[in-house]
Design a binder for this molecule. Structure first.
Ligand code: CP
Length: 301
């Protein structure tokens, strides 16, 4: 039976651990064996918001487990002639595909598509609420670096209010026992957070205590006009530059889900420096998504 991946809370602690363990196992699997895992499966990628990493990563992951991908081009599709997304899904399903990978601007769209589709629906980032595979790959990156995350202190800094990455990282890291701090100016802070997650506006006092820091860009495309933003003040208080990084413990590492706005939330020296794990995140993204596809597509056809 195909399975959906809509958010990490639904996957649960055990489900997250299984997928991360499988992502690690797949590294060791001979190529021919790996390519049989989802052989004959056909996926449609519906990226209805821009994406570089997630889109290419899912495509590579599909190839690595032997699935084929059809890339739906929203701008060249009948969505532009007024066809609804639900009719689009039903039309594509009639062609007997095995699943959809969906990137969308609306929070609830993956769940709505999952209600229509008989095949697997995998959320590749929706609105401001969930980017489950990013949460998984961030946790894998941190576990590879720090080992068991129980008791580790991890700050997620920047525009946490509009960040689906922050939402999924909170779930993934909290379930691993990490102490998560969301750090942002009030206008970019989340209105509510799960029990145990700390919120604040001050980054500097936290720096000496942190095992890892996840920097986030300001999501201008999601900021409503009434939110006034002091960009210079943001850079002054939150940009992770070499001097701030120098106040963190020696083993602390830096993550960023991308895309980066260099010179805003992160400096070149930090983004490209020895404590950056940004390219590891990208590499782990393919591994995690291969494991997610195996989980959701339920074997070869
Ligand atoms: N991290 C992330 O989702 O990047 P893309 O928007 O490039 O896929």
């Amino acid at each position: 039976m195909p399975k959906d991946l809509i958010d990490l809370a639904s996957l649960g602690a055990a489900g997250i651990e299984r997928i991360l363990e499988r992502a690690r196992e797949l590294r060791q699997l001979p190529r021919a064996e790996r390519e049989r895992l989802c052989a004959g499966r056909e996926l449609v990628h519906l990226f209805l918001e821009p994406s570089t990493r997630t889109r290419i990563s899912f495509e590579l992951a599909a190839r690595r487990v032997g699935a084929r991908v059809i890339d739906f081009d929203g701008d060249a599709s009948s969505l532009r002639k007024g066809e609804s997304l639900s009719d689009t899904i039903r039309t594509i399903e009639a062609m007997e595909v095995d699943g959809f990978v969906l990137r969308h601007g609306e929070d609830d769209m993956p769940r709505q598509v999952a209600e229509i589709a008989a095949g697997a629906v995998i959320n590749a980032g929706a609105g401001t609420t969930a980017h489950p595979t990013q949460g998984l790959l961030d946790r894998l990156t941190l576990e590879e670096e720090l080992g068991d995350l129980a008791g580790r202190r991890i700050a997620i800094v920047g525009d946490v209010r509009h960040s689906r990455v922050a939402a999924s990282d909170v779930v993934a890291l909290s379930l691993a026992g990490a102490q998560v701090h969301l750090v942002a100016p009030p206008e970019l802070q989340r209105e509510s957070v799960p029990d145990g997650v700390e919120r604040g506006a001050e980054l500097d006092p936290l720096l000496p205590e942190l095992d890892a820091i996840v920097m986030l860009r300001i999501q201008r495309e999601r900021i409503r006009e009434e939110v006034s933003l002091d960009l210079d003040g943001f850079v002054e208080r939150y940009q992770l530059h070499a001097e701030r990084l120098g106040r963190m413990p020696d083993g602390a590492v830096v993550l960023h889900p991308g895309p980066m706005n260099r010179g805003v939330e992160i400096s070149d020296a930090v983004a490209d420096g020895p404590r950056s794990r940004i390219h590891d995140q990208v590499r782990h993204g393919v591994e995690v998504r291969a494991a997610v596809l195996e989980h959701c597509l339920d074997g070869p056809r």
